[in-house]
Design a protein around this ligand. Structure first.
Ligand code: C5P
Length: 231
């Protein structure tokens, strides 16, 4: 077995709709590295709880799900990612706004977070891992070679999320989204365990007004400057 420290890790943390997912995926592709979308794991716990008709306040029930759930991340023929829960394709449901809200509630419970630690660390496989989330650099991979904390103004994040939902054919209201994003930021930043905050050694990157490719280029440049890769 390869020690976790033998595998280089880049962490990309930040608030909701800061572009972490898109940036992390692009960086992982450019490097040919693995990707951990840790938010998807919290979403899956919330979704599995809903599907099992668990009481939303049932901590033990959600902890048990976090320990036992069978999850697979796959790419389909077109390169689109599919998420399977107990063998069922839940790709659409996992990205739903209500699932994100549910994720942010179960993510407050320390026992749920603990139950997901080993699962997240197991994603660190050669040749390297790009880990996307809220506490990747602070809790899950504190020895990561490069830590990025990605932000963008709340207005820009709400506008991005709005555009994303509309392009998927969903109806979305910008004012509602802004309010939900503010609520989620507040809950994620104020929780007692693993709150959303930059690691002391993270590089802060504000993507307001920047195109995706500019942010990806900046992350790749940071790794190059540190001698992590030549890309
Ligand atoms: O990133 P995403 O929006 O998919 O995350 C959903 C929720 O999961 C977040 O609002 C946050 O509460 C929680 N989360 C977390 N720690 C992570 C990733 C996500 O608490 N590493």
């Amino acid at each position: 077995m390869i020690a976790a420290s033998a595998v280089p890790v880049i962490t990309i943390d930040g608030p909701t709709s800061s572009g972490k997912g898109t940036i992390s995926r692009s960086v992982a592709r450019a490097l040919g590295w693995k990707l951990l979308d840790s938010g998807a794991l919290y979403r899956l716990v919330a979704l599995a709880g809903q599907l099992a008709h668990l009481d939303p306040d049932d901590v033990d029930g959600h902890v048990s799900i976090a320990r036992r759930m069978q999850v697979e991340f796959q790419a389909d023929d077109t390169g689109e990612e599919r998420v399977l829960l107990e063998g069922e394709d839940v790709t659409g449901a996992v990205r739903a706004e209500t699932t994100g809200q549910g994720a942010s509630r179960v993510a407050v419970w320390p026992a749920v977070r603990d139950a997901l630690v080993a699962r997240q660390r197991a994603f660190a496989e050669p040749p390297g891992l790009v880990a996307d989330g809220r506490d990747m650099g602070t809790v899950i991979f504190p020895a990561a070679e490069l830590k990025v904390f990605l932000t963008a103004s709340a207005e820009e994040r709400a506008a991005r999320r709005h555009k994303q939902l509309i392009s998927k054919g969903s109806t979305a209201n910008l004012a509602d989204l802004s309010r939900e994003i503010a609520e989620r930021d507040q809950r994620d930043s104020s929780r007692a365990v693993a709150p959303l905050k930059p690691a002391s050694d993270a590089v802060l990157l504000d993507s307001t007004g920047l195109a995706i490719q500019q942010v990806v280029a900046r992350v790749l440049a940071l790794g190059r400057e540190r001698g992590l890769w030549k890309v």
